[in-house]
Ligand binder design. Structure first.
Ligand code: F6R
Length: 248
């Protein structure tokens, strides 16, 4: 795992933008795996800026989002669908028929998981997967569990995740209790992975993911086994990595 230490959220976002932009420059028809949440917001702003100023081209790219809440319509203001359109897709030249999400309104989550996996495979697999990390080290919505999940599936969100995501909703009661998420296997099959972490509340998750045991109770720890992961941390999220490094 390559680790890029940065001082600020701004620098973390710039480093991430360089990597995603580099991927698109080298392979314009890249298949990107994308994340929502607070962490990638400024990265997406940087990509929009690169599109507008120097013509970073998304016209041949395809994207697959990690996850979507169960029960929210595409146009719901809190849906991840809407998030991605507002933060990226509506501002760059990606084709709207080249962006994919798991369907959170499906009546058959098993069939939906299979459909999503088949769509990823038909697109050639994910070239570069962007990830944030939860305070409990979840990636996608793969919560701490007894086993790593292989495929896109329906998950029940942990109370800690519901509480963490309540900031985007009017109240905690409004946060959906379930989501459709890529599995750990889906994420792992990406050719490259870029993991972003910002803020002190992610420091323990980052340390456990990078330096702890590889276990499904720390979902991001599986990334230690992936051949091509770049972790970009800001000063606060990387504190415990640096502490461990200077102790040893
Ligand atoms: C988002 C996702 C989640 C978030 C994680 C961190 O699509 O899958 O794993 O990346 O919950 O969220 P933020 O960035 O809001 O701290």
């Amino acid at each position: 795992m390559r680790i890029i230490f940065t001082d600020t959220y701004k620098k973390m976002s710039e480093e991430a933008a360089k990597i995603i932009a580099g991927q698109l420059w080298i392979k314009p028809n890249s298949v990107l795996g994308l994340a929502t949440g607070s962490t990638p917001v400024e990265l997406y702003q940087n990509l929009v800026w690169l599109y507008k100023t120097v013509g970073l081209d998304f016209s041949q790219a395809t994207s697959f989002n990690l996850d979507e809440y169960v029960g929210l319509a595409e146009d719901d203001p809190q849906s991840y669908h809407r998030f991605m359109h507002e933060n990226l897709f509506d501002h760059v030249n990606i084709r709207k028929d080249h962006v994919f999400f798991p369907n959170g309104l499906t009546a058959d989550s098993v069939a939906e998981g299979e459909r999503y996996e088949a769509t990823i495979t038909a697109a050639g697999g994910i070239d570069m997967q962007l990830l944030g990390i939860g305070r409990n080290a979840h990636i996608g919505f793969n919560e701490p569990a007894n086993a790593f999940t292989r495929m896109t599936h329906k998950v029940a969100l942990k109370e800690s995740t519901i509480a963490a995501n309540a900031r985007f909703f009017a109240s905690q009661d409004d946060v959906p209790r379930e989501a459709m998420s890529m599995g750990i296997g889906t994420i792992f099959r990406a050719r490259h992975i870029v993991l972003l972490a910002s803020g002190a509340e992610k420091a323990e998750a980052v340390r456990d993911a990078v330096m702890g045991a590889i276990t499904p109770t720390v979902p991001a720890s599986i990334l230690q086994l992936h051949p091509s992961v770049t972790l970009i941390v800001d000063q606060e999220a990387g504190t415990l990595l640096k502490a461990e490094k200077s102790d040893s």
